[in-house]
Structure formats: C-alpha cells, structure tokens
Design a protein around this ligand. Structure first.
Ligand code: 15L
Length: 270
C-alpha cells in the first residue's frame, strides 16, 4: 500500500531538517514532530509537538499516519537518565503507539554506534552480534531489537538503518569508511517506506565507500544503489584528519571517539 501520510520524528534535528526538504512532495502528506517546532517552519508544514517520553502524546502524533521515520531522541552519547528517557522509553513509546494506531511501517534511525566496538580491520555484515560503544549505542541496539519484536509479533514492517555519518562530505579518515550522503540516506528511507517485501531488516547507512567496514548486501538486496563515493573526497578528509590529535583507543574501533570516551577496558580483550 502506498504511503499517504509519513511522520518524521526528531524533525527539528540535523537529519530531520534535511529530510523535511528532501521528502517534500515525495509523499502526499508529511507530518513533522519534535519537542519544539523548527525555527524555520513553513506555514504549510504540518507540525505536531510531542515529548517521546509521554505515550499519550506520541499516540496523538502517529494518529492517521501510514509510515514513520523515527529520528527522534538523543543522537549522541549522554547520561543514562537522558538516554533512558529519550531513547529507551521514547523508542518503546514510538513502536507501541504505532501498533495501537495501526501504523504500517517504521524506519528506525539506528547508528553505527550499535556496533562501534568492532575493530576497523574487521568487515562486518548485519548478522554480527551488536557491540555498542556507548549508552547511546546500547539504545540503538535496543531500538533494533524492539523493531524485530514489533515486526514478528505485531506485523509492523520495520527497517533499521545503522547510519554511519551523514554530512555533505566525509570530514575525516573514519568518516571515509562510514559516510553517507544525504541523497543516499533518503534512498534508504524511501526503501523502508515503500519496499513491498520488507518485513524486518537491518542495513548500514553508508554510501559507496572505500575502504568500507561493512558488507551491506542486505541493503543491496532491497535495491539500494548508492550514488555517492567517499573516495571522491579522500584528499580533503585526510588533510582534515592530519590536524586531529591521535586517539589511541578510538582509532582502533569503528565507533571512534564514542569507543574511547570513558574507556577503561582491556585493549587485548576488546
Ligand atoms: C551518530 O550516531 C551521531 O548521531 C552523529 O552525531 C555522529 O556522531 C555519527 O554517529 C558518527 O559516528 O560520526
């Protein structure tokens, strides 16, 4: 069934701001939500404020919606209290409201930080165990698990995208491996909303990168054809990298600084 009304949560955030423009006109009706309205909201944009931690508010926001792109919540590491409220309670509320209100699809913005403690010399696919590098990464792994449960038990169609780093171009050496251009990410969101055979899938949100740490076969099977290549920006990214201080722990792991922050583990075992 074609999507009539699509909701973007976290619409005032970085990815949400880009999506609002890029999805304009793609679906007949776009609803935006966040705790506070974006400053540049246009008169014809449909905005409904909601706090994800409040299920009754989330239920109101998803009313009448066919598909949801869930970007809402905390998008970087924070205290457990913040992550718990925004990402653990908030993501539960989102799926549960979707179930109660008969929403057909959820596209969940997961993150590379769900697998951030894999080393950079290891190429991983979507079958590996999660190895979160932060409380934030744990909340993303949990959002993926919730998605599986809501798909299997309640019949939602769910795509979880482990987003690498979305920017106009890769900004350092790590991002050469995990970068995704805005239009490639939009392509993945649209696959999640439109693909007729989607049940539950986890894919990597990455452009055609070299070197890549991820085998993204699952995305390619769903028809993803990245249009952008990080290699086109290699010189600039490496010049920026040369100005950064070394991070002896973070530089070993896919999650970079998220992995090295608070690190007090055993490098021989991690
Ligand atoms: C993420 O998950 C964050 O949302 C984003 O701010 C970046 O830090 C990105 O990962 C990254 O790893 O570069």
């Amino acid at each position: 069934m074609a999507m009539e009304t699509v909701l973007i949560t976290g619409a005032a955030g970085g990815i949400g701001t880009r999506l609002r423009t890029m999805l304009r006109g793609v679906y007949p009706s776009l609803r935006l939500s966040d705790r506070v309205a974006p400053a540049d909201l246009l008169p014809d944009e449909d905005f409904v404020a909601a706090d994800l931690a409040d299920l009754s508010q989330v239920e109101k926001v998803v009313e009448g919606v066919d598909g949801i792109i869930h970007l809402g919540g905390r998008s970087i590491e924070d205290t457990w209290e913040v992550i718990h409220s925004a990402n653990i309670v908030g993501t539960y509320n989102l799926y549960e409201a979707a179930r109660r209100r008969g929403v057909e699809r959820v596209v969940f913005a997961s993150s590379n930080h769900a697998i951030g403690f894999y080393r950079r010399d290891r190429k991983i696919d979507n079958q590996v165990l999660v190895r979160p590098d932060s409380r934030y990464g744990v909340s993303k792994a949990y959002g993926e698990a919730l998605g599986a449960m809501y798909a299997d038990k309640y019949g939602l169609r769910v795509l979880c995208i482990r987003i690498g780093n979305i920017e106009d171009k890769p900004v350092d050496e790590r991002r050469l491996s995990i970068w995704i251009s805005p239009r490639d990410l939009v392509q993945l969101f649209r696959i999640g909303l439109d693909h007729p055979d989607l049940h539950y899938e986890v894919v990597y949100g990455a452009s055609d990168n070299e070197p890549s740490w991820w085998d993204n076969e699952a995305a390619f099977r769903l028809g993803f054809k990245p249009e952008d290549r990080s290699a086109d920006y290699r010189e600039e990214a490496m010049a920026a990298q040369a100005k950064l201080p070394p991070d002896p722990v973070g530089d070993l792991f896919q999650g970079g600084g998220f992995a090295s922050a608070e690190f007090n583990g055993d490098l021989d075992r991690t």
